[in-house]
Write a new protein. Structure first.
Ligand SMILES: C[S@@+](CC[C@H](N)C(=O)[O-])C[C@H]1O[C@@H](n2cnc3c(N)ncnc32)[C@H](O)[C@@H]1O
Length: 190
């Protein structure tokens, strides 16, 4: 390979990486990972406050990327199971492979899908790090479809329909009954 080829390959590779990161914008959010320590901190706090007596705590990460939120979640407590959903099949394959290598594939599971089309019922914690437009659509979906009590956590982007409390960079809402048009209960875990 000569210098001319190399000079062409490098910018093409950079463009490829950026395209891969930005492409999921089409479905709702580009890729950026949650900071591990922060995700772990907020999940631990919610689990210890609300679910300390529960046998199994079910977490879902909407747009799970390369799986780190689920990997952090299952570390917190052996009662935690976490399901990640992402539109990108490569990220799902990667997450499944890492879960298998870590030996946690029974508790950290991943499926490819559009988060606007999946069933959100039955989870104790609904976590997301998405962009404002899709966060709003997810809130509408929760209000329409979720009947069970749960906690909704959004990193960086405010919840606009669900009444929430801000802790660090997270917006947290307690859903007592999604049948209400607007949630009237605030969380209290500060
Ligand atoms: C900002 S990243 C968050 C990754 C991970 N949840 C974390 O916090 O580390 C957003 C992810 O959402 C995925 N995504 C965007 N729109 C989606 C959709 N409609 N359905 C499923 N996944 C989607 C992207 O592929 C990307 O991996």
């Amino acid at each position: 390979m000569n210098l001319e080829d190399l000079l062409l390959i490098i910018p093409l590779a950079i463009i490829g990486v950026f395209t891969y990161i930005l492409l999921p914008m089409v479905w709702g959010a580009a890729y950026a990972p949650s900071p591990k320590a922060k995700a772990s901190m907020i999940l631990r706090r919610v689990i210890e406050t609300y679910y300390k007596d529960k046998d199994v705590v079910r977490v879902i990460d909407l747009g799970s990327g390369f799986g780190r939120v689920c990997f952090e979640a299952v570390k917190i407590d052996s009662r935690v199971v976490c399901h990640g959903v992402d539109i990108d099949p490569l990220k799902i394959l990667w997450s499944r492979a890492i879960a298998r290598i870590k030996g946690i594939n029974a508790r950290a599971t991943f499926t490819r899908g559009n988060i606007l089309k999946i069933d959100l019922e039955g989870y104790d914690i609904i976590y997301m790090f998405l962009w404002p437009g899709i966060v709003l659509k997810i809130e509408e979906k929760i209000l329409r479809e979720v009947r069970k009590e749960c906690i909704v956590i959004s990193l960086e982007h405010p919840l606009r329909l669900l009444k929430s409390e801000k802790i660090d960079d997270f917006y947290i809402a307690f859903i007592s009954s999604a049948r209400k048009s607007k949630n009237e209960e605030a969380v209290n875990i500060a």
